[in-house]
Design a protein around this ligand. Sequence first.
Ligand code: HEC
Length: 203
Amino acid sequence: MSGNSTAEKEQIERPALWRSRAKVMALCSALLLLASCRGWPSERPPVHLNPNMDKQPKYLPQAQSRFFYTGAAMQVPVPGTVARGELRENEEFYTGKSFWGFFVPKIPMEVNEGLISRGRERYQIYCTPCHGERGDGHGMLSERAGVRTANLLEERIREMPDGRIYYVISNGVGLMPSYRYPIQPRDRWAIVSHVRRLQQESN
Ligand code: HEC
């Protein structure tokens, strides 16, 4: 045996080494397979080895709470709370009425071509179906379904203060629904400026 070189010795031992390596590999892949065993339908919750941030103490919407006196997790904001950018100090701009409750006679912002063309665009989206593109009340709904709408070119509406038209867009009137949510205050004034333009044009 003393004549055996180290190379020969290695050659003899190699198959045994391979076998043990193969065993380790098999064990590792079996473990990997097991670790990713999710997806079979099961009634039981999956084994959660690392809960990490999946489970955290938090309130869900409409949940109960023993912490607050009201017993509800969702709390009403403190009275007078103002959301960012929602401080509506300019009453005339937001309601169309002055401090004393009168409709403002004129649009309380600068009227320029930019505003009017924005108003035309918004008018065509929201008002045309009923009042018609020219404001004469012959929109699709009145033409095809016989829905009666107002003719915005009428003397009565020409004489309305701007704030009144703004108010009608914000709150609706009679059969006309309110457009408070889809149309933001600035755009409502823009529409008013376009309605005035339509009235001028039909002279
Ligand atoms: C769904 C149909 C409909 C849409 C859309 C609509 N209106 Fe009207 N509008 C009406 C009807 C109907 C009346 C008449 C209400 C009444 O007198 O009972 C009316 C009345 C009016 C009046 C007269 C209010 C008054 O006091 O007599 C104005 C001004 C007006 N609409 C503006 C607008 C503007 C501006 C828009 C777009 C933002 C608009 N409307 C969108 C149906 C509509």
